[in-house]
Write a protein of this length. Structure first.
Length: 240
């Protein structure tokens, strides 16, 4: 089971099913953003459509069994997150249903991007959920800077994870930092890390209450990203 899930595509029917999956992910993101829930019928439709895709793509029994094991493992792991109140029930069902569609390599990419987007959204929403106490202007500013750095860093890592291309080439980074003494770089790095940790700590200490994170949006966005990336590199698209 190597390559991307799009490599399994076997003709117009399989591509039509992938288009339907993309539509379902858009609907899931919209409903989760609007109502903080994902309809059971939508998750069930995604799960039930997966066997149709397997048949259209020509998967053998071993490959089908592998997808089922992946979905089961995902469901158990997601249920553990649900028990810790880190993920909603609809998110568990959506992620488990998507595991029936994506081969391990693509699914791992989906999980990484989902975590980055969800983490960035959590921190950004946490800033808006803060209770600003008097005479904490400096700490509030540090919290905003830390959140901004987290979100920008998540965007950069998401771009790298999705495209495989770093934002800055290593040789370019080396040329920029080469004239600076190593001790100075270490001091600056430790200082930045301390300020970042202080800002994040202040964000979490000043929360008004629990934040309903729309993780369905992160799951859908990650799925669409991986799906779109696979479609762009597919034989049909590259031949156009």
């Amino acid at each position: 089971m190597t390559g991307t899930f799009i490599d399994m595509a076997g003709g117009p029917i399989s591509y039509a099913l992938l288009a339907a999956l993309a539509t379902a992910l858009l609907v899931a993101a919209a409903t989760d953003l609007r109502r903080r829930e994902i309809d059971n019928w939508l998750n069930l439709a995604i799960a039930l459509a997966a066997p149709l895709y397997w048949l259209a793509a020509g998967l053998d029994w071993a490959a089908i069994a592998f997808q089922l094991v992946l979905a089961l493992f995902t469901f158990v792991a997601a249920c553990a997150l649900y028990a810790m109140r880190q993920m909603g029930g609809g998110d568990v069902k959506l992620l488990s249903a998507l595991a029936l569609w994506f081969v391990p390599g693509s699914f791992v990419q989906l999980i990484v991007i989902m975590g980055l987007i969800g983490g960035a959204a959590s921190v950004a929403m946490a800033v808006g959920n803060m209770t600003c106490a008097p005479r904490e202007t400096v700490r509030n500013a540090l919290a905003t800077l830390a959140a901004s750095a987290w979100v920008l860093g998540a965007c950069a890592v998401t771009f790298t994870a999705a495209t495989g291309q770093p934002l800055v080439a290593l040789d370019t980074l080396g040329k920029v930092t080469a004239p600076l003494p190593g001790v100075l770089l270490a001091i600056v790095g430790l200082l930045a890390l301390a300020l970042f940790a202080t800002g994040l700590s202040h964000i979490f200490r000043r929360q008004r209450g629990a934040i309903p994170i729309p993780y369905g949006v992160a799951i859908s966005a990650a799925g669409l990203w991986v799906l779109f990336q696979g479609m762009i590199s597919s034989p049909i698209v590259t031949a156009l």
